[in-house]
Design a protein around this ligand. Structure first.
Ligand code: HBI
Ligand code: FE
Length: 296
């Protein structure tokens, strides 16, 4: 078996260029350095503390149920025994970003791709692409929840189908992933809580998304979300709030993913900052300090 590579973006004269890879590898656990384990430990302790009253209880409970701690980078084999028993999901180790269709195919097969390598100490606060901490700490715990686990599979299956329909459906689907799986908030009896992995793996955004007056917080609506552009270079201007994981799963099966594309054909994209008449508004953000360009 060949040694897994560490596939990262490239900086060119034209700026940041993502690099894609399809290989599925064995987690080279013995190859992690003491620095790698220390980076995991530092990030784990910091996020576990910040997320105490900010992450949804399903996430916090699953961190414990999966036996994750700050001592060592977890072994995927150990996680897989617990995950397979709970929801039938399985981690696979990958070298970096997967092409979109490959990514969807894995999700549809209940396989979650986790980047095997972890960021360097100088990247503790920010890294442009997914690494082991984002993928494993941010995404994997909620796969222990049966409803969320089914949503992820349905999303992957929808993605495989959408990729035969062209660019517009795919762009819409990517927005849905962004505003739910990566940057979603959930309403609970104790108040708003985080479930999106992009937030859960970020110190700054974990606080900003719940406590800042700047961003909008708006009730989830699948069509609204699929029309909304997003930012990849800064904190989000808008967070969408679900009232439970059932709402997510229903969004993928109820107005079946196929028909929604046709209904939405040619629908105008909505800027990341916009608040509409029809929105259920938890907070209308002040928008102070926002750059106007950069939505994708
Ligand atoms: N590949 N490894 C990896 N991890 C991701 O989160 C990922 C990906 N490829 C594509 C992708 N995400 C996005 O297109 C999602 O928006 C679907
Ligand atoms: Fe992610």
């Amino acid at each position: 078996m060949t040694e897994p590579r560490r596939v990262e973006h490239q900086m060119t004269d034209k700026g940041y260029v993502p690099v894609y890879t399809t290989a599925v590898v064995e987690q080279p656990w013995a190859r992690y350095s003491e620095t790698d384990h220390a980076v995991w430990g530092q990030l784990f302790r910091r996020q576990r503390e910040i997320l105490r009253d900010r992450a949804c209880p399903e996430f916090l409970d699953a961190i414990d149920a999966l036996g994750m701690d700050d001592a060592r980078i977890p072994r995927f084999d150990d996680i897989n025994r617990l995950l397979l028993a709970a929801t039938g999901w399985k981690l696979i180790a990958v070298e970096g970003l997967l092409p979109e269709l490959t990514f969807f195919e894995h999700l549809a097969a209940r396989e979650f791709p986790v980047t095997w390598w972890i960021r360097r100490p100088d990247q503790i606060d920010y890294i442009a692409e997914p690494d082991l901490f984002h993928d494993l700490f941010g995404h994997v715990p909620l796969l222990m929840n049966p409803v969320f686990a089914d949503y992820m599979q349905a999303y992957g299956a929808g993605g495989v189908r959408a990729s035969t329909f062209g660019n517009e459906p795919l762009a819409n689907l990517t927005r849905l992933y962004w505003y739910t799986v990566e940057f979603g908030l959930i309403d609970t009896p104790q108040g708003l809580r985080i479930y999106g992995a992009g937030i859960l793996s970020s110190k700054g955004e974990s606080i900003h998304c719940l406590e800042s007056d700047v961003p909008n917080r708006i009730g989830f609506d699948v069509q609204r979300v699929m029309q909304t552009r997003y930012r990849i270079d800064s904190f989000q201007k808008t967070y969408f709030v679900i009232d439970g994981f059932e709402q997510l799963f229903k969004a993928t099966v109820d107005p079946d993913f196929g028909p929604i594309y046709y209904r939405m054909k040619g629908a105008e994209p909505i800027a990341a900052a916009s608040v509409l008449e029809s929105d259920r508004v938890f907070q209308h953000g002040s928008g102070i300090g926002w750059a106007s360009a950069g939505d994708v």
